[in-house]
Ligand binder design. Sequence first.
Ligand code: NI
Length: 178
Amino acid sequence: MASHRIVRFGNPILRIKAQPIQEISDELKKLADDMVETMIHGEGIGLAAPQISRSIAMFVIHMGLIEENGEPMAVINPEIIETKGEISYEEGCLCIPDIREEVKRPEIIHVKYMDIEGREHEEEFGGYKARVFQHEIDHLNGVLFVDRLGSMKRKLLQKQLKQIADEEMTILAQEEEE
Ligand code: NI
């Protein structure tokens, strides 16, 4: 397994809609393993492929931190079919260091997705798992949790976000030179 660099707010790849996955290859399985390693290394509870510069519809979630006996798992081509209720939870993101804010989202979600063995799943759940799924599905659509904050809150964070973006652009320019 290998850990990948997690890109930061301001990197254009975070704003692109990820491509659906057509085939579960050995390469994809390796990427899922790498994403799990990167997530654990970054002390995250979820990580979407665009966060490591791969614009494909897959994310990993650290179920071991959500359910007893849970193992990290990969979620492929997820689709939210229905939502219920609304709840506020504090969120953070590995792409947006040092910022955590309350975000309102649906409380219960009904989702369809594929696992890394290609098995189809259809489930309904709430709690923290529903929250992580929604945050990661947002990533696959080019949406970040700060987009969901009120305009006042976003304004307060503007300077901090600009600083993260400026740093990311510097790193990106260095990567392109290499
Ligand atoms: Ni995130």
